[in-house]
Design a binder for this molecule. Structure first.
Ligand code: KDG
Length: 319
């Protein structure tokens, strides 16, 4: 029985092998499994939790690659639908060890974008504790009723929602609708985990405490807001407590690729919560896995198993 469910679009990622070369000029790429929600499913599974993943891919070579990659990572593909009419989403990424890479998508109208409400009918929610959703899902879906039905179903089954805004302006027609749809979804979540820049865009506030307050004010469901501050760590805010708690990040000497770090953070935070750890310890694990993620090229290849995580804690230095 799964403890966590995630739903979103898996992408086939072509990551350039040529440091400092633009996507336009790059000629050599390596193929990976990517997609924010599948990244979280991979990481939490690797830490020995049972995760259910819901999505759709095309009946094409990349859909087959994704299905196999998910199965290879020990995740059940019973709810990964193969769509004969629409293609699998693709993403391209440049290579840079300084700052964030350039990304480019070929995903509009993909199989995942065409997920219908029916896709939710066969999902078993019994025994589930958490559902992880990101702001990418409302940005790609052609039919917004899927989100409404998902949220209703989760609420009826008393499944808590964890929500990562994952702002991706490239998939939205304009910023206004991105902010309004993502804010609506955040209101349904018990746990919200924006990056500091995302928090500022979504709430119009500047300081972590003010951002968290805005998330609490707009929803009676949100209990925890964790604001990611990049390499320096994250701040945790619990509803009703005056002050946030700063949890330091870890020093990383060799940044290979920053994409996937936020999902790595979610992996640590959610797996810690599933294991009943105090929230600060879960956030510390989030910081650790975020740091591990930036040291490898694919989105999710750097996520640890429990032994690797232990080794990291033994050797890593906090900021
Ligand atoms: O968080 C990592 C994701 O950004 C990446 O895997 C691709 O899901 C993705 C997206 O939509 O950007």
């Amino acid at each position: 029985m799964a403890e966590l469910i995630t739903i979103g679009e898996p992408l086939v990622l072509f990551a350039s092998n040529e440091e400092g070369v633009s996507l336009e000029q790059a000629t050599s790429f390596t193929k990976y499994l990517a997609g924010a929600e599948v990244n979280v499913a991979v990481g939490v599974t690797r830490l020995n939790h049972k995760v259910d993943y819901v999505s759709a891919v095309g009946n094409d070579p990349f859909g087959k690659f994704i299905k196999q990659a998910i199965e290879d990572r020990n995740i059940d593909t019973a709810h990964l639908y193969i769509d004969n009419n629409y293609p699998t989403g693709c993403m391209f990424k440049s290579k840079t060890s300084t700052g964030d890479p350039t990304t480019f998508y070929l995903r509009r109208g993909s199989a995942a974008a065409h997920m219908s409400e029916d896709i939710l009918d066969s999902i078993e929610l019994k025994g589930l504790k958490w559902a992880h959703i990101t702001g990418i899902l409302p940005g790609i879906l052609e039919n917004s009723k899927v989100i409404n039905k998902l949220v209703d179903k989760l609420k009826k089954a008393n499944v808590s929602i964890s929500f990562d805004p994952n702002l991706r302006p490239a998939i939205w027609s304009n910023e206004e609708s991105m902010i309004s749809k993502i804010t609506d979804l955040a209101k349904e979540a018990r746990l919200v985990m924006p990056g500091i820049k995302e928090g500022k865009i979504l709430t119009g506030e500047k300081e972590p405490g003010e951002i968290a307050e805005k998330f609490f004010d707009q929803s009676s469901i949100t209990e925890i807001v964790v604001i990611k501050l990049g390499p320096s760590g994250a701040m945790v805010f619990n509803r009703g407590q005056d002050k946030g708690i700063m949890v330091s990040g870890f020093k990383v000497n060799n940044v290979v690729d920053t994409v996937g770090a936020g999902d790595g953070f979610a992996v640590g935070l959610l797996s810690g919560i599933l294991e009943g750890k105090p929230i600060e310890e879960a956030v510390k694990r989030g910081n650790a896995i975020g740091a591990m993620a930036v040291m490898s090229p694919g989105d999710n290849d750097g996520y640890p198993d429990p032994i690797m995580l232990e080794h990291f804690y033994e050797e890593a230095k906090e900021q």
